[in-house]
Design a protein around this ligand. Structure first.
Ligand SMILES: NC(=O)c1ccc[n+]([C@@H]2O[C@H](COP(=O)([O-])OP(=O)(O)OC[C@H]3O[C@@H](n4cnc5c(N)ncnc54)[C@H](O)[C@@H]3O)[C@@H](O)[C@H]2O)c1
Length: 425
């Protein structure tokens, strides 16, 4: 079995998860970071991380880390960590394309004795059922005889400067007891918060996917309560604050559930469930509620506009924030686009402003042209969709001033007190 003194790491996929990992390992061990995106590699070689997760100073500290987009450069490695995306397709089915691609890449350079660790979020069984057979086929080596596997899911939270890779306890696992020990020791060498060694790869896979499923279902419950309390004429946040005074009431808030994790991972679990003939009810009910929140927000705003005799058709609507969460530039699977789309269906003129977003990316991903600056007195309705600190700093008066005198201000994120806005979840 390998020991830490002789490892040469290859990290495959340098995104939100892979780059911080490569940087941490690159401070200690010879590490090669591979990404198929040549632009990403060029930017990293020039010392900048466009995801804003790693500072130029931190990049410099990783003195044993090299970046490449040439697969052959991985051939010298003996431990691989795969951190590629695991999205869903248009039918919400797992899209294993990136994982298959990365496993093919690693399989082609795999040498006897190597360990391949997966970090991408999948359903229980995927590593051994989907990825390992590709490694075997491409390398001609035998699993658990010539090469080994591990699974260690990532728990980072983009934009969160407090819970970082090294300060979040990490689940580890391996395909044999000795490999499990090796994988655990590898992560213990960088994770100051310690590790939790799961009893098998499938247990570790299941643990990750239910962490996000649990969040999704809990948010769905609170979203459902928000729909109900609105009909009852009660402010949801006031109820949540009151209930939250009990020690074991969980502090979830209503909202859009986007991003490539919480709104996506449950579909991996439900896919596997359906494959074995179990039809999940609660998980999919939660998904349905959460996916309907964008349309619900628009319905509420349209009602408020009607009450003020503002015609929705041709109205000017400002959406503040496009990213899937606050204070980060991540646009993946943002559900703010549902609000934009719904207003467009009403033939309203929607303008989107987000100081965190790369305008070209918004155009490329969603066909949305973000506006470069805010113009006061222009809008019939304003929706605070993302709680970026810039919007909080602007304050309610400045935000109100963007609207026409009778305009509607709707706060999806509880950025301001209920009495200061016209509606909220
Ligand atoms: N971002 C998060 O907060 C987070 C947290 C926990 C878990 N995860 C999981 O981690 C995995 C990776 O997520 P991410 O946010 O880092 O994704 P990402 O899209 O930010 O990065 C993935 C990178 O992999 C590269 N890539 C894709 N296919 C490749 C291939 N075949 N070879 C080499 N590089 C390839 C892409 O170019 C991209 O740079 C996903 O399964 C995700 O669900 C993400």
């Amino acid at each position: 079995m390998l020991d830490l003194a002789t490892i040469r790491l290859g990290i495959v996929g340098l995104g939100y998860v892979g780059l911080p990992l490569a940087v941490e390992f690159g401070k200690k061990f010879p590490t090669i970071g591979l990404d198929i995106n040549a632009t990403r590699i060029r930017q990293l070689q020039a010392g900048t991380d466009s995801t804003l997760e790693v500072t130029p100073e931190e990049l410099r500290q990783a003195e044993h880390l090299r970046y490449t987009h040439h697969v052959e450069d991985l051939a010298t490695c003996n431990v691989y960590i795969v951190t590629v995306p695991t999205p869903v397709d248009e039918y919400k089915r797992p899209d294993f394309g990136p994982l298959i691609g990365a496993s093919t890449t690693v399989g082609r350079v795999l040498e006897p004795g190597a360990v391949v660790i997966y970090e991408s979020t999948v359903y229980p069984g995927a590593t051994e059922e989907v990825c390992v057979p590709i490694l075997e086929r491409e390398s001609g080596l035998r699993f658990n005889v010539d090469f080994f596997a591990g699974y260690s899911p990532e728990r980072i939270n983009p934009g969160d400067k407090e819970h970082r890779l090294t300060t979040i306890r990490k689940v580890t696992s391996g395909s044999t007891p000795a490999v499990a020990e090796f994988v655990d020791a590898l992560y213990r060498s960088i994770i100051t918060a310690g590790t939790h060694r799961a009893t098998s790869i499938r247990v570790a896979e299941a643990a990750k996917v239910i962490e996000n499923t649990q969040r999704d279902v809990n948010i769905a419950l609170v979203n459902e309560l928000a729909l109900l309390f609105n009909r009852l004429g009660i402010d949801t946040e006031e109820v949540l604050l009151a209930a939250g005074s009990k020690w074991n009431f969980l502090p979830f808030r209503p909202g859009l559930v986007g991003g490539h994790c919480i709104g996506v991972d449950p579909y991996y679990l439900t896919h596997k469930a359906q494959q074995i003939g179990y039809h999940p009810e609660i998980i999919l009910a939660g998904r349905r509620i959460n996916d309907g929140m964008g349309a619900y927000v628009v319905q509420r705003v349209v009602k408020l506009m009607n009450q003020r005799r503002i015609a929705v058709m041709d109205a000017k609507v400002l959406i503040l924030g496009l990213t899937f969460k606050e204070n980060c530039p991540d646009l993946r699977n943002t559900r703010v686009v549902d609000i934009v789309q719904e207003f467009c269906d009403y033939n309203a003129h929607v303008e989107v402003y987000d100081p965190w977003v790369d305008a070209r990316e918004a155009q490329h991903e969603y066909g949305i042209e973000t506006i470069p600056e805010l113009i006061p007195g222009r809008y019939d309705a304003i929706i605070l969709a993302v709680a970026h600190r810039q919007f909080r700093e602007m304050g309610i008066a400045q935000i109100r001033a963007l609207g026409k005198p009778a305009s509607v201000l709707f706060d999806v994120k509880y950025l301001f007190p209920a009495v200061e806005v016209d509606g909220r979840l």
